[in-house]
Design a protein around this ligand. Structure first.
Ligand code: HEC
Length: 164
């Protein structure tokens, strides 16, 4: 009887455990720049990552948000970043132009028109609050997915870029 080469090699692997079980465990995941148990100093958190412990809550309620100052200067870079973030996170409901006609917005509870006087007259802190804690009814919050700095860029874009 002639044994085909593939069957022969399968049999060889089965009868010689040294071949199939003799390889060492891979350790490359262990030897990487991460914090090991018993080490005293934690690694620096890279810029742009979100802390798993969250940020301290700075604004107690919506009314208080009017007093919160926008720390991000209004300039071309901020408006460009704000536009990019707005298009990524908000346009799906509020629409590219902010009037509430995004693809999801059309099938959802009608999103507030962000170009309306109602929103445009809001303080910057109040819009920041809506992004951080959600809308008045069902709009989701973004405090765990958009960094505080980036939320202010979106505020700048809504107030000074959207529809202008
Ligand atoms: C899933 C759909 C959806 C997404 C995504 C969404 N919104 Fe909204 N938004 C709504 C709806 C619906 C309302 C009106 C009901 C409410 O206030 O909860 C609203 C209301 C608002 C208001 C008015 C709140 C007020 O004080 O009356 C602001 C400002 C706002 N959204 C900004 C944003 C920004 C900025 C983003 C992106 C970071 C965003 N929204 C993403 C659905 C959405």
């Amino acid at each position: 009887m002639r044994i085909r080469p593939v069957v022969f090699y399968c049999l060889l692997i089965l009868i010689s455990p040294g071949h199939s079980w003799g390889w060492p465990w891979t350790t490359d995941m262990f030897f990487q720049p991460s914090h090991k148990a018993q080490e005293d100093k934690a690694l620096e958190i890279p810029h742009g990552t979100t802390s798993t412990r969250g940020r301290p809550i700075l604004i107690e309620d919506r009314a208080q948000s009017d007093e919160v100052r926008n720390p991000i200067s209004l300039n071309k870079e901020s408006l460009e970043r704000g536009k990019w973030l707005y298009t990524t996170y908000c346009a799906v409901c509020h629409g590219e132009k902010g009037v509430g006609d995004g693809v999801v917005g059309k099938k959802y509870v009608p999103p507030t028109d962000l170009t309306s006087e109602y929103v445009q007259k809001k303080s910057e802190g109040n819009i920041y609050y809506a992004i951080t804690y959600g809308g008045l009814a069902i709009m989701p919050y973004y405090r765990d997915s958009i960094l505080p700095e980036d939320r202010w860029h979106i505020v700048n874009y809504i107030k000074y870029g959207l529809g202008k």
